[in-house]
Unconditional design. Sequence first.
Length: 163
Amino acid sequence: MNLSFDELRELVDVLNQTDIAELKLKSSEFELTLRKPSALQPNVMMSAAPSGPAVSTGAVPTPAAAAPLSESAAPIAPVVDPSLVEITAPMVGTFYRSPAPEEAMFVEVGDRIQSGQTVCIIEAMKLMNELETEVSGEIVAILVENAAPVEFGQVLMRVRPAK
């Protein structure tokens, strides 16, 4: 049994539209296991079967390779309240919540902020860049750990704008 990439993609799409949690296909040439994991990360496992006579050992064969299914089977992003404003990283760097390790954090979840207020620092190439908010409101989420690396455009915080 030969399975083309398009047929595999179609099989994955059909599986995603059902309540089936796991599907196994076996032939003399390959073994395919499609599984909907609870961790929201799809798995496809394929292993080549031996070309000689089958020998039953009672052991379950281990997959030879694992690959992601396809773009259409990507994990579903959590639903975010559309009324919230996202503060994003304007550059690649290191995110800091306070001006110095021994000083207080710029903001905490639940804090009220004003437009122009510094909410964090992003260090890039040994330069400390203060990030000022463009919105007034309440901090509802801080999504990055202190001293963690951040990417351009990464969401750092979510703010419920003042009315």
